[in-house]
Design a protein. Sequence first.
Length: 189
Amino acid sequence: MAGEFGRINTSNATGFVTISPDPAAVLTNDGETAAPVNYLPTIYAGQTTSIDIGFAIHYPIAPEGTSSSPATNVTALYDFAAHGMNVSYSGNIVTLSGTFGSVFDNEYYEFVLDDNTLQVLPPDTEDPFKALVKYEMPNPVTQNNAYAFNVTGPGETGTVTIQVDVGQWVVWRYQTAVTNIGNLRIRGP
């Protein structure tokens, strides 16, 4: 590897909503608003979205320029399925679709089970329960996720494989928690 780096572009984004204030909005040194490099649009936890992510490999060329080529192969190293997302591949395009579940470790739902024990379970639990007794909202309510991809394609001295990190802010949403609690009340005894 001789100075290659990866860049993404996105297309066919559906299901995304404007989040205000968006934690991905950053200020550059001159005060202009600029989107961070290699970031997906910010989403709410529990939001259903779909987006195509195109990958390209950039590398330096003399004298002080760069060249880029689309990747020939991309593999996600992040376990998107664990968070409710489907991943499909087509050359240098990765399509992410689905409902991104909660990523907040300190958000929880506590239940009284049929044997009168307390247990923390996800809001979509299939386990029988007597009651939902506590909900704890996360703190903080934003999380910056990093998704790693192995990207293969033409580089400065031939075919290279590099790791490209793609970021995305996930924001907790009050309404998702309210909906989950309402659904659990309906399911409860």
